[in-house]
Design a binder for this molecule. Structure first.
Ligand code: SAM
Length: 458
């Protein structure tokens, strides 16, 4: 037994060594250095583009999965379980640092960093508390403690940079997220109402008779999340959500939306309706590359209003406007059911040539099993991680499993497995004919045609 455990450690370590060799090879060929964890992230630096190289991406995934499994194998199980039960501290501290605009204050301070007294001054917060928050994050490699109580940005903290002078952020607290990439907004909303809602998971399971979602229990409301979000007094949270949805792009390869379903294969003049398209960032990307399409973003009225603000920031000149229009109506009578576990997308209004493309994450089992539905559907099969890694790369692809719990606790929804998608498509009168898994993106393109239609799969 003992030698078996050691051989597993060696196999995990070898996966890491081999992955480092692969990364080294790519960077050596390009003759550029690997970005440092200690330096702020710079999206336009050519070193960053290399991270999307398929060899580097594959090696990175192996390192993340193997390093986590290696640590889990050797660490005290009690300590591992205790630390897991405290993961909420990271979330809470990250939101606190972001809300205090620490990242921007530290950007202005540069690589030498700033003492906690000075970091805390503009937000008039307790410097000792802020130092403790930043230290907790620094031990998780978010921020760097340069000398005791002096902190600087590092590669991870800097991705929360809202890109504005800190003075402007403190002067206009309600506008701090407007006109940003949306990534800070995304993290702040995840660490705010998502965390509070998910914290109620066990309570809702222990009291099923109350038929409450975690969100409802946390916020003591019977309203759906969308109705709550669109209350007049929650306008800041609603705008943060809309801005934050665009921030999801930061975790994905920029052109992944073009790498799956062939939008260009649709005939000129085809109408593409982006249902629940938010402020339209994905539709804009499709419309810009496929000017022959008529693209319509459909979402709730307030969100469509927000999309106008987004357009003003990102496309300053009218001549840059792609042929993309927005439509503010609810696609259901309420605001919840479209994304709930039991939703049915109805094909009755579809033409024989209509296609349904769902852009979504497809979770996979953490057990090494054979999935028969993957054989039946073109493009749906995905590679498995090498042994002894978890076949779905474990925490290397954690976000899909996080989204799944968020969907449940906030919306009563679910991230569907492929089998579940086949079922839900069939209920709505669609046949699931094709799946694309764009490289470097967590979201797949799941394509359906009206059941019985003779369309070629796309
Ligand atoms: C998770 S967000 C996704 C936004 C966008 N598709 C993206 O990927 O960034 C879901 C969107 O559905 C919208 N929504 C919720 N209920 C809706 C309804 N009944 N009709 C139309 N849109 C709705 C929300 O306003 C929100 O923009």
């Amino acid at each position: 037994m003992r030698s078996c455990g050691i051989s597993t450690l060696r196999r995990l370590a070898n996966i890491i060594y081999e992955a480092i060799d692969d990364i080294e090879g790519v960077y050596a060929t390009a003759d550029i250095p690997l970005p440092s964890l200690d330096a702020p992230f710079n999206p336009v630096d050519p070193t960053e583009a290399l991270l999307q190289n398929p060899t580097v991406e594959g090696a990175t995934l192996n390192i993340i999965a193997a390093a986590a499994q290696l640590s889990a194998t050797v660490a005290s199980p009690a300590v591992s379980a205790f630390n897991a039960s405290h993961a909420f501290h990271i979330s809470a501290c990250l939101r606190a640092a972001s809300e205090m605009n620490v990242v921007e204050v530290l950007r202005e301070a540069g690589p030498d960093g700033l003492h906690a007294n000075e970091i805390a001054a503009p937000s008039k917060t307790d410097p000792l508390l802020l130092a403790r928050i930043l230290r907790l994050l620094a031990i998780h490699n978010i921020f760097r403690e340069v000398t005791p109580n002096v902190f600087a940005n590092n590669r991870i903290s800097s991705v929360l940079d809202k890109g504005k002078p800190s003075k402007v952020l403190f002067e206009n607290p309600n506008e701090r997220l407007t006109g940003t990439s949306g990534f800070a907004a995304l993290l702040e909303l995840c660490a705010d109402h998502n965390m509070k809602g998910v914290a109620m998971l066990a309570d809702t399971m222990l009291h099923p008779e109350e038929r409450e979602l975690g969100f409802n229990r946390a916020y003591r409301t019977t309203e759906s999340f969308w109705d709550w979000l669109h209350r007049p007094e929650n306008v800041y949270q609603m705008q943060r959500f809309d801005i934050g949805m665009r921030g999801t792009a930061a975790t994905e390869s920029a052109d992944a939306i073009h790498k799956g379903f062939n939008w260009n294969g649709l005939s000129t003049g085809s109408v593409l309706v982006d249902v629940g398209g938010g402020t339209g960032h994905i539709s804009l990307a499709i419309a810009q590359k496929n000017p022959g399409l008529q693209v319509v973003v459909q979402d709730l009225e307030d969100t469509i209003k927000d999309s106008k603000i987004f357009t003003t920031f990102t496309l300053p000149s009218q001549s840059e406007m792609p042929p993309c229009s927005c439509c503010g109506i609810s696609c259901t009578t309420g605001r919840t059911s479209a994304w709930s576990g039991s939703f049915v997308i109805c094909a009755t209004a579809a033409q024989p040539t209509t296609k349904l493309v769902v852009v979504d994450r497809i979770p996979e089992s953490a057990a090494r099993v054979h999935d028969a539905s993957e054989e039946a559907i073109l493009g749906s099969a995905r590679p498995s991680a090498p042994m002894p890694l978890l076949p779905n790369w474990g925490v290397g692809k954690a976000e899909v499993y996080y989204y799944d719990m968020t969907m449940h606790c906030i919306l009563g929804g679910v991230e569907r497995t492929l089998e579940h998608f086949v079922e839900v498509f069939a209920k709505g009168g669609w046949e699931l004919v094709r799946v694309h898994h764009p490289e470097g993106w967590g979201e797949s393109h799941i394509v359906g045609v009206p059941a019985g239609s003779t369309q070629d799969s796309v």
